[in-house]
Write a protein that binds this ligand. Structure first.
Ligand SMILES: Cc1cc2nc3c(=O)[nH]c(=O)nc-3n(C[C@H](O)[C@H](O)[C@H](O)COP(=O)(O)OP(=O)(O)OC[C@H]3O[C@@H](n4cnc5c(N)ncnc54)[C@H](O)[C@@H]3O)c2cc1C
Length: 419
């Protein structure tokens, strides 16, 4: 596993390099300062967008190198926003350069109606980027629609490069255009179309709580390499009287067998996961991964694990892997006993593993009262804390742990949501 400092720095340094490279390549010479600034901003925005495109790739080696998919996605969004702001400033700086002497030229630089296809494509690109970014942060939009809106960003990038070609600039535009097309095609073919995934088949599907089914997947070829607590992207296809939703969704591995068979617990949280509750044996699936290192490299000190709902799966995977080596308290929060997946199994494990202390609580429909559920500060000192579940719960627990004096580097978390 990477050291935390390297984890934190790798992506910002990568983005810095991708921003600086085109700026140095196309650094303007002997131009007025504002014009130079305008040109530099344009190339810096392009470079940042390329860094952002690289961060949307879902490759196990890349995510391992860059510290995990969740971090990559966070920076993918941040880089997109920074690139957009920088690119918006690009025409403004160019117009500001001509404004004092040639106000008409300044207007022509900005007006999408006045200056032919070069400027029109530039504005169209900025509009699509704005549109795509607005969608990125609109978390209420259904995921399927969100993905299409988000794809507007990719088209925006290609149109932006078209804007440069129309201006007659082909160095370094053509290599950048080729790179952009390569990255977008890579993402589409390897990740969305599933070329990077391995074939599996559903061996069994067992309901384990209200709206939760545990699916066993048997590999049909070389199985993926995975550790307990990691997650995979799985797409279920049609077969054996079942129509799969075909799209890749992230699920945590709840157990790994020696022969490569994996199990995932799927909670009905939306259209596809609701439909998966009735999946049948024999349905083909593709599995891509594994990703994440939420529970990897745990020190031998005492642990506090806190799970919200189906966020219990990484802990279940670890406990199924064998007895614990350090005192561990697992606080498991769920709405009601009937939708508490794996509860019986956890109770049995806690009865046989003296290092495991299980605190299971039905919290009802209201947000849990963390003040009464979390151990006191003195019981938390020297503990490594791992939190997994819905984003709102994870955020509330992190805040409560910080208030009890736990520093951020001792709090590890996995949000069951990334866009
Ligand atoms: C790292 C991680 C591990 C997870 N592990 C589990 C697990 O073990 N068991 C489990 O039941 N659920 C798990 N989830 C949540 C699960 O992925 C979503 O519930 C599922 O994708 C919802 O799909 P849907 O079409 O049914 O719902 P939708 O209504 O389409 O989506 C509901 C929400 O799920 C998220 N989502 C949907 N599709 C995707 C996708 N392709 N990629 C990323 N997020 C998506 C979106 O935030 C969306 O708003 C995990 C999520 C993450 C990020």
């Amino acid at each position: 596993m990477l050291s935390p400092a390297r984890n934190r720095l790798t992506i910002p340094l990568l983005l810095l390099a991708s921003t600086a490279a085109p700026v140095f390549w196309a650094l303007p010479e002997d131009l007025p300062p504002l014009r130079s600034l305008g040109i530099i901003l344009g190339w810096a925005g392009c470079g940042m967008l390329f860094g952002s495109l690289l961060l949307m790739l879902r490759e196990t080696w890349l995510s391992h190198w860059l510290g995990g998919l969740a971090g990559m996605y966070r920076w993918h969004h941040r880089a997109g926003v920074i690139a957009y702001v920088v690119l918006l400033a690009h025409p403004l700086a160019l117009a500001a350069d001509s404004l004092p002497a040639f106000p008409d030229l300044a207007w022509q630089t900005l007006s999408p109606f006045a200056n032919g296809w070069a400027v029109r494509l530039g504005w169209l690109s900025l509009l699509l980027l704005m549109f795509g970014l607005a969608a990125t942060f609109a978390s209420r939009i259904p995921y399927r629609i969100w993905r299409w809106l988000h794809a507007a960003l990719g088209i925006g990038v290609v149109l932006g490069l078209g804007h440069l070609l129309q201006l007659g600039i082909d160095e370094p535009v053509l290599p950048l255009l080729a790179l952009a097309v390569l990255l977008l095609a890579w993402r589409f073919i390897r990740d969305d179309a599933g070329l990077a995934a391995r074939p599996y088949i559903v061996r069994s599907a067992t309901p384990i709580a209200d709206g939760v089914v545990e699916i066993s997947l048997r590999p049909l070829a070389q199985p993926i390499a995975a550790d307990a607590g990691q997650f995979v992207l799985v797409a279920f296809h049609s077969g054996a009287g079942f129509r799969g939703c075909g799209q890749f969704h992230p699920f945590t591995i709840s157990s790994i067998a020696g022969d490569g068979e994996i199990r995932i617990g799927v909670k009905a949280l939306g259209d596809c996961t609701r439909h998966l509750q009735s999946i049948a044996t024999g349905v083909p699936a593709r599995v891509h991964g594994a990703f994440g290192h939420f529970l990897a490299g745990r020190p031998t000190t005492a642990q506090l694990w806190l799970a919200g709902g189906i966020g219990v799966t990484p802990f279940v995977a670890l406990l199924r892997g064998g007895p614990l080596h350090q005192p561990t308290t697992l606080i498991y929060l769920y709405r009601s006993e009937t939708d508490a997946a794996y509860l019986r199994e956890l109770q049995t494990l806690a009865a046989t593993d003296r290092l495991l202390s299980l605190h299971a609580h039905a919290t009802g429909e209201e947000p849990p009262d963390l003040a009464s559920l979390l151990p006191a500060s003195h019981d938390l000192s020297n503990r490594e804390c791992h939190v997994c579940g819905p984003p709102a719960m994870v955020a509330a627990v992190r805040k409560a742990l910080c208030q009890r004096g736990i520093t951020a580097r001792h709090i590890h978390f996995e949000n069951f949501d990334f866009r």
